[in-house]
Design a protein around this ligand. Structure first.
Ligand code: URA
Length: 248
C-alpha cells in the first residue's frame, strides 16, 4: 500500500511539474503586468489577445491575416481605453423595470499618429462615431531613429476636457510620442486626459514617457521585452506600417 501511495505521489508531482511548464508555455511571451505607473489602468492580457498577438507577430502571417488580427486587437484595445474614462451613472428603463447603469460622459477625441496610427483609426471611429479626429505626422528617421515633424491638423475641441485617445500601434523609443504629447500639451490638453493606445510597447519607451508625462495613461495589448540596436521592439512584429499597408 505504502509503495502504491509513493508511486502515486511521484506521478502526481510529475504531472504538476508538466502542467506548470505547459501553463507557462501557453502564456504570451510578453504580459501586460508591470510596475510602470503610466500603465496603471491597463488590464491583464486576455487569452484571445494572446492568440491574436501571436498571429500579428508571426512573420508568415500574410496581409489579410495581419490586418484581421490588427482590427480585432484594435477593438479589444478600445475596451482597454474605456477603462481610463470617467463615466456617469444613469437610470434607464428596460422593458421590465428601471435600471441604474453607466454611460459615457461625452465623446472622446481621437488623434492618429500617421501613418501607422491610421490603421487603428477605423476601429476606434466604429466605437466612437461622434469623435473628432486629429492627425499628426511625425515620422522617425530610419537611420537615426529620431522623430521629425511633418504635419498637424487638430480638432478645435481637442482641449475640451474629454479623453484624448492617441492611436499609435507600436510604442518603441517613445521619441515620436514625446513630440506628439508636447504638441498636444502646448494646445492645452491635460496629461490626465491623454490615453495612448498601442498594440505593442517596449519598456524603454514607456519609461521614457513616464519620466516626462507621469499623469498620462497608456494601454497596450502586449508589453514586450526590449528594443534591439535598431530600435525595433523584440520579440515584436517587425515594421507594423509596412506589414499593414503592404509597403517596404
Ligand atoms: N515601429 C515598428 O513598426 N516596429 C517596431 O518594432 C518599432 C517601431
Amino acid at each position: 500500500m505504502k509503495h502504491i501511495l509513493k508511486s502515486y505521489k511521484l506521478k502526481a508531482s510529475l504531472l504538476a511539474a508538466v502542467l506548470s511548464v505547459v501553463s507557462l508555455q501557453s502564456q504570451a511571451p510578453s504580459t501586460t503586468k508591470t510596475s510602470i505607473s503610466i500603465l496603471k489602468n491597463n488590464t491583464p492580457q486576455s487569452r484571445y489577445e494572446s492568440i491574436l498577438m501571436t498571429e500579428l507577430r508571426d512573420k508568415n502571417s500574410n496581409k489579410p491575416k495581419f490586418r484581421a488580427a490588427a482590427f480585432k486587437l484594435g477593438s479589444l484595445l478600445v475596451n482597454r481605453a474605456v477603462e481610463c474614462f470617467e463615466t456617469k451613472n444613469i437610470v434607464i428603463e428596460t422593458p421590465l423595470t428601471a435600471f441604474e447603469g453607466e454611460s459615457f460622459s461625452g465623446s472622446p477625441e481621437l488623434v492618429s499618429v500617421m501613418r501607422s496610427g491610421d490603421a487603428l483609426l477605423d476601429v476606434f471611429i466604429t466605437h466612437f462615431p461622434d469623435a473628432s479626429v486629429s492627425k499628426i505626422l511625425v515620422q522617425r528617421d530610419e537611420e537615426t531613429a529620431s522623430p521629425k515633424f511633418f504635419y498637424m491638423k487638430l480638432s478645435p475641441t481637442i482641449a475640451s476636457g474629454q479623453p484624448v485617445i492617441i492611436t499609435e500601434p507600436m510604442l518603441a523609443t517613445g521619441g515620436t510620442l514625446n513630440m506628439v504629447l508636447s504638441l498636444l500639451k502646448d494646445k492645452g490638453v491635460k496629461e490626465k486626459n491623454i490615453i495612448i493606445a498601442s498594440l505593442c510597447a517596449a519598456p524603454e519607451g514607456l519609461r521614457y514617457l513616464e519620466e516626462r508625462y507621469p499623469d498620462i495613461n497608456v494601454v497596450v495589448s502586449a508589453l514586450d521585452e526590449r528594443l534591439n540596436e535598431k530600435k525595433y521592439i523584440v520579440p515584436g512584429l517587425g515594421d507594423f506600417g509596412d506589414r499593414f499597408f503592404g509597403t517596404k
